[in-house]
Design a protein around this ligand. Structure first.
Ligand code: ADP
Ligand code: MG
Length: 321
């Protein structure tokens, strides 16, 4: 189990992280999300032992003492994939992956490298030199290298940032099912909630040096405590209640995702259609609700300039109040 107690850190005067505490069970997958600069990378560096904190970090019952105590920074049972993966450019993909594997049992090493090449879908490029790879391919090799000596705890900093959409979904599925199979505890830092949504057991949202929100991705998505959290999952509307309900007198607002609004010409809530954006399976439609811009999802596009009715389920409104 990983346990953080009052972990704080500042590079200069301003604290980047202030009194963070949380714990993670063996085999759990945590995603740390938040906008760029909120301290995600710093948190991973503190856990790995590259930076020193006055707080406490435990792995099982062992306190991780950090760079002031370890001559070589980093704990041996933790692997850390940095945002800037540093490969050896003249070495091949296979050599880079096997770099930290023992040469005592060459057959075992070859088998392990082969297995890892499959996880990151780089089998065909095994003999290519790292310097000839694209950014995304380099990132996949760095990922395989981090997995090579099976870690107990894996820290991944924006692991899919350079990988194109064609591969990302498949790679994510492969990687996270591999980690689950091996019961490897994992923390993924990402600004992209789609990286976090489907695989994480828990999510922590960082903001202003603190844990701003935490819960399962589903809990945070369905009941976002505020606009910042909701917007990490995509487009979000913050609608004045009185625009939905004439009897409402307060200035209270509620959060509604575009797909939670449907077009209904019987509805008394009217909006003006402003613009259609093609999104593949649906259109995202920008509309005007009493001078407020809102976004709606609809299977087809709507005529710009038309006035239409919209509907939001009363149950949802009640739950988000
Ligand atoms: P994230 O990974 O969420 O984008 P970081 O952990 O990299 O955020 O950075 C958090 C804050 O610390 C940012 O404001 C960043 O500018 C600052 N920072 C990061 N690294 C350093 C450094 N080596 N020296 C000074 N400030 C830093
Ligand atoms: Mg970062």
């Amino acid at each position: 189990m990983l346990k953080l107690k009052n972990v704080s850190f500042a590079y200069l005067e301003k604290p980047v992280l202030k009194n963070l505490s949380f714990s993670l069970k063996k085999g759990e997958n945590l995603s740390v999300i938040g906008e760029s600069g909120c301290g995600k990378s710093t948190l991973l560096k503190l856990i790995y032992g590259l930076l020193h904190t006055d707080g406490k970090i435990f792995w099982n019952d062992q306190e991780l003492l950090g760079p002031q105590y370890n001559i070589v920074p980093g704990e041996p049972f933790i692997k850390y994939l940095a945002q800037d993966f540093d490969l050896m450019p003249p070495l091949t993909v296979a050599e880079n992956i096997g770099k930290h594997l023992s040469n005592m049992y060459p057959r075992k090493k070859t088998r392990r490298v082969k297995e890892l090449l499959e996880v990151v879908e780089m089998t065909e490029l095994a003999d290519e030199k790292a310097k000839h790879l694209s950014g995304g391919q380099q990132q996949r090799v760095a990922l395989a290298r981090a997995l090579a000596n099976e870690p107990e705890l894996l820290l991944l900093d924006e692991p899919f940032s350079h990988i194109d959409h064609f591969r990302k979904n498949n790679l994510r599925r492969q990687l996270f099912s591999y980690l689950a199979e091996k019961n490897i505890t994992c923390i993924v830092a990402t600004h992209d909630s789609t990286d976090a949504l489907s695989f994480a057991d828990k999510t922590i949202v960082l903001k202003n040096a603190k844990i701003h929100a935490e819960g399962s991705p589903k809990q945070l998505y369905q009941n976002p405590p505020n606009k910042y959290v909701a917007s990490l999952f995509g487009e979000i509307n913050e609608i004045m209640l009185k625009n939905l309900d004439r009897s409402e007198t307060s200035r209270k607002k509620i959060l509604v995702y575009p797909h939670e609004i449907s077009v209904s010409n019987k509805s008394e809530i009217k909006v003006g259609v402003r613009k259609n954006f093609f999104r593949g399976q649906h259109y995202l439609i920008k509309a005007d609700l009493n001078d407020q811009d809102i976004f709606i999802e609809n299977p087809t596009n709507l005529k710009e300039g038309d006035t239409i009715g919209i509907k939001i389920s009363p149950k949802l409104i009640e739950a988000r109040k």
